[in-house]
Design a protein around this ligand. Structure first.
Ligand SMILES: *Cc1c(COP(=O)(O)O)cnc(C)c1O
Length: 402
């Protein structure tokens, strides 16, 4: 027993610094996307509140879409729950091929590959394409799954200051003689909501003969005429070697895709360990994702609704005097600084019926604890107006607003 004593001490010191985390139960409010039930105690299902969910990533409000639920139910009844084996063994259901063809068409790329989730896509891909003799240039604010992929690959990690192309250029120059070079970036950064300078990254990639990988977890479904993502919206997708996105955010489901050339995909089928050594996805989930892919491309009103909401919400917070991150993404952080104040801010919002979590180090740099709001097409104008007023009240009450 006492061999785990050190854990107790570590947890206590996290608690002292207002950095301890715990899992809180919540559940969906039936047919009310954008809202959730959250409990306050261990028996939270008996003591639950219906909250406006301003901390979800269901950007298009698809997570409870009836067409997705229906198709998943049908496939579940026909094919059962689990795939039973990895894709290279007997788990590669026809639904995978159909889905990957659909993704290639949507992205206008040669080929696509589905992974179980974004974390596994990033770790699997990065570990497959670089190794001990190589170097990966990674934005300082890239998602943890990218960082872990680099660590697993044993390549050298050259971190550049957030979106700082001069710094990246200097690092590329320093490592110009290395064998393989990979530049990797989030398209939209998860905790700040700002965008990577993709056009500048492409210039540098060409100048130094590096590969470029872009993670569209927060931009897939959100940008581009049919939700193809930021690379498409900026007209640069053909210059991106490895294009990755997830089905867990705007698609309202679970899973991830990688797309690019036929060669890239053939290579990953042979080398990506998170694909090779893990069980294939449940067939019903593949069917749900395929349905989401149709909805993302057809229901343009969801993207329009989302962007209208984002503009209104951002502008009212700005008018209240909050300092917001730049950009027009559904991620709207207000930086608080201090961990304890961020927690109090979040608790005060919950008292007003709003779920908005405090994000603290190590997820964000020390001294930049924040409330990270994320918007959805499922939120109504009225709900967003109520949220903006409540956030202002809490800001004044806690002295965050002057
Ligand atoms: C959420 C996220 C991931 C992980 O995707 P999951 O499907 O949730 O595992 C990867 N990259 C970024 C930038 C993300 O925001």
């Amino acid at each position: 027993m006492s061999s785990l004593k050190w854990m107790e001490q570590e947890l206590a010191s996290l608690d002292d610094a207002s950095l301890k985390r715990s899992l809180r139960g919540s559940s969906a409010v039936p047919s009310s996307p954008g809202r959730l039930f959250r409990g306050t105690g261990p028996q939270n299902m008996h003591n639950r509140h219906n909250l406006l969910n301003l901390s979800g990533n269901d950007y298009l409000g698809l997570a409870q879409h009836p067409a997705m639920i229906e198709v998943m139910r049908e496939v579940l009844l026909k094919e059962g729950v689990g795939a039973g084996a990895s894709r290279l063994v007997t788990g590669n259901r026809l639904a995978y091929t159909e889905l990957e063809e659909g993704i290639s068409e949507w992205q206008s790329c040669e080929a696509a590959l589905v992974f179980a989730n974004g974390y596994m896509a990033n770790t699997g891909v990065i570990r497959a394409v670089v190794g001990r003799d190589d170097v990966v240039f990674s934005d300082q604010l890239n998602h943890a799954s990218i960082v872990d992929g680099i660590l697993m690959s044993r390549a050298e990690m050259a971190r550049y200051r957030h979106n700082d192309m001069e710094h990246l250029g200097a690092l590329l120059h320093k490592h110009r003689d290395r064998k393989r070079k990979l530049i990797v970036t989030d398209a939209v950064f998860s905790m700040d909501g700002d965008q990577a300078p993709l056009k500048e990254l492409i210039l540098l990639k060409h100048e130094y003969g590096a590969m470029l990988m872009v993670d569209e977890a927060h931009s897939g479904g959100v940008y581009g005429r049919c939700g193809e993502g930021l690379c498409h919206a900026l007209g640069v997708k053909d210059e991106v070697d490895i294009h990755m996105g997830t089905f867990s955010k705007a698609f309202g489901a679970y899973g991830a895709y990688v797309c690019g050339s036929r060669t890239l995909i053939d290579y990953l089928v042979n080398k990506a360990r998170t694909l090779i050594y893990s069980t294939a996805m449940p067939p019903a989930l593949l069917a749900g994702i395929a349905q989401a892919l149709v909805l993302v491309q057809q229901e343009h009103w969801r993207r329009e609704r989302l962007h209208t909401g984002i503009r209104a919400f951002r502008s009212s917070l700005q008018k209240s005097g909050f300092l917001l991150g730049i950009g027009d993404s559904p991620i709207v952080p207000i930086i608080i600084g201090d961990n304890e104040t961020a927690l109090r801010f979040s608790a005060a919002l919950e008292d007003k019926g709003i779920a908005a979590v405090a994000i603290r180090p190590p997820t964000v740099p020390e001294g930049t604890a924040r409330i990270r709001f994320s918007l959805s097409a499922a939120h109504t104008d009225k709900e967003l107006r109520y949220a903006a007023v409540s956030i202002r009240e809490v800001g004044l009450q806690l002295g965050v607003l002057g």
